[in-house]
Design a protein around this ligand. Structure first.
Ligand SMILES: Cc1cc2nc3c(=O)[nH]c(=O)nc-3n(C[C@H](O)[C@H](O)[C@H](O)COP(=O)(O)OP(=O)(O)OC[C@H]3O[C@@H](n4cnc5c(N)ncnc54)[C@H](O)[C@@H]3O)c2cc1C
Length: 488
């Protein structure tokens, strides 16, 4: 079987060199999948198979289910595991690559497996999150000298370390760098070939139903959502399905309606799939480019969000270790927030009051409840929601920690660089500029109810969320027909 095209050298970096002597036989290749949970359009998988075929050794995919990952609940874990179950089935049917699932600490399970099978190369996908970077550091220390470790950026279109070698200040400073590199990196994917060598290692049986039941029970506090079907097939349907696909049916309204919380289906709805790597942003961008002639403005706006804003978020988390704390804010923002730390707040709420949507602002409460019921607050409301938390807490660090806590607990796309940056942008002015100084906010951009009222039908949005609640009570289910209709 012919080996496939190699990935570009900038697409991966060597996390650990190996010290294999020329007479030592090459062992199998293992791909530890973490962030990019898909079979199609996955540069990390392409690289793993390519390396295995070149060395004429077998390849396996390993996935580690952490006992606890940044507080993920049934909502997020159920979505992830159902997607993985589908992925496992597709791999078994089409590729004959073993898929092995471990549970516990990846810094133990992965090195143990590498040792057990005598692997000589570990390929892993890239994530800028500190928890994963620490885990990879441990793995590098624990594996034997001969094991080489490659990290592939299979998430960003332009690999984060190629796009820029430093922390970027704003969309303006990274846009030109990314756009210059798009002709080189926004290319079609090669066909993923079968491995040359089959692995005698038998697929260990995975009790998917048992695992799903377990996470649903343990994380029951935040139940699953039903309007958003997990998995690669569903992701493609949302992108370009014949019935209600974003590029096929909904694109024309994107520029005009994307900031209207009453029209959630004007948005792509892709963030859950992008977050879990069930779809590749590169595939979304390639498909969007193909329909640009029909709606140039909508496609350009979408690509700005999908590429520039999303990859700017990865740049921030990659180069700023304090991406989820006030310490990560620019100097001017830290100073202005500090200068206004003792300003009198009109209201102060506790984390619990926020969580239960018990503020005096019905618009804020509606946004919070949309997130609790649907697992996806509208993008425009996310900004208003986080800024009001700054306004109504004792200090900015507390506001940041509450917003990240709630975001990661309820959003289906939480625990994502775009989430940390969204909260940092709203509360600490990251990637933004200074605005007219005012109480509490200092020079951080301000948003208010009156501004929302000018932009969209605030009462209509509040009524829409109330409708979700009624239906939820009636059906005792997170899914409301209205939510389904509006979000599908
Ligand atoms: C306070 C706050 C919290 C946020 N939390 C998250 C989060 O937890 N997870 C998450 O993925 N996004 C988060 N965002 C960013 C953005 O709101 C969501 O990506 C978007 O609403 C997802 O819906 P969509 O895919 O339908 O959006 P679309 O408008 O269709 O966007 C398409 C894609 O572009 C990217 N994108 C869009 N807006 C942004 C943005 N502002 N920054 C970076 N990338 C963007 C996303 O990958 C998105 O899926 C947050 C923003 C704020 C202000």
């Amino acid at each position: 079987m012919a080996s496939i095209a190699s990935i570009q050298s900038g697409r991966f970096r060597v996390l650990k060199e190996g010290s294999r002597t020329s007479d030592q036989a090459m062992g199998p290749v293992v791909y530890w999948m973490f962030r990019d949970q898909r079979l199609k359009d996955n540069w990390a998988l392409i690289h793993a198979v390519d390396q295995a075929n070149k060395a004429n050794v077998p390849v396996a995919i390993a996935f580690n289910l952490f006992d606890q990952f940044l507080g993920a609940k049934a909502r997020q874990l159920g979505f992830m595991l159902r997607g993985l179950r589908q992925l496992h089935r597709s791999i078994t049917e089409t590729l004959q690559i073993p898929f092995i699932l471990f549970q516990g600490k990846a810094e133990d399970t992965i090195p143990n497996f590498l040792r057990e099978c005598g692997a000589s190369l570990l390929v892993t996908d890239f994530s800028p999150l500190q928890e994963i970077r620490r885990c990879k550091e441990q793995i590098c220390k624990k594996v034997t000298d001969s094991v080489v470790i490659h990290e592939v950026d299979a998430h960003n279109i332009v690999p984060v370390w190629v796009a820029s070698d430093k922390l970027e200040y704003s969309a303006k400073t990274i846009r030109g760098k990314i756009n210059k590199l798009l002709p080189e990196y926004l290319i079609d994917f090669p066909t993923l070939q079968s491995p040359n060598r089959e692995w005698a290692l038998k697929d260990r049986v995975i009790d998917w139903d048992g695992l799903i039941d377990d996470v649903l029970r343990k994380g029951a506090e935040v139940p699953e959502i039903e309007w958003c079907e997990p998995g690669e097939d569903a992701a493609r349907e949302v992108l370009m399905g014949g019935k209600n696909g974003f590029l096929t049916k909904r694109l024309k309204n994107y520029s005009a309606d994307r900031n209207n919380p009453l029209k959630p289906k004007a948005l792509s709805g892709l963030s859950p799939y992008l977050h879990f790597g069930q779809i590749s942003a590169q595939r979304c961008a390639l498909k969007a480019q193909r329909v640009r002639k029909l709606c140039p403005q909508a496609v350009d706006t979408f690509l700005e969000e999908l590429i520039v804003r999303r990859e700017l978020a990865d740049n921030f988390c990659f180069y700023q270790p304090h991406y989820d704390s006030l310490k990560g804010a620019w100097g001017w923002a830290q100073t202005t927030l500090l200068n206004h730390a003792s300003d009198k707040r009109e209201q102060i709420y506790t984390r619990e009051q926020f969580e239960k949507a018990q503020t005096a602002d019905p618009l804020w409460n509606a946004a919070q409840l949309e997130m609790v019921y649907c697992g996806k607050m509208h993008g425009f409301m996310r900004m208003y929601w986080a800024k009001k938390i700054l306004e109504w807490t004792r200090e900015p660090e507390e506001a940041l920690s509450i917003s990240i806590y709630l975001n990661d607990k309820y959003e289906i796309d939480g625990r994502d660089p775009s989430g940390y940056v969204g909260c940092m942008w709203s509360i600490c002015g990251v990637h933004d500029q200074g605005w007219k100084e005012r109480p509490v906010f200092g020079k951080i951009r301000y948003m208010n109810y009156a501004g929302c009222k000018r932009k969209f039908d605030v009462d209509g949005y509040i009524a829409y969320v109330k409708g979700l609640k009624k239906v939820k009570r009636k059906a005792d289910d997170m899914l409301s027909p209205k939510a389904k209709e509006l979000h599908s």
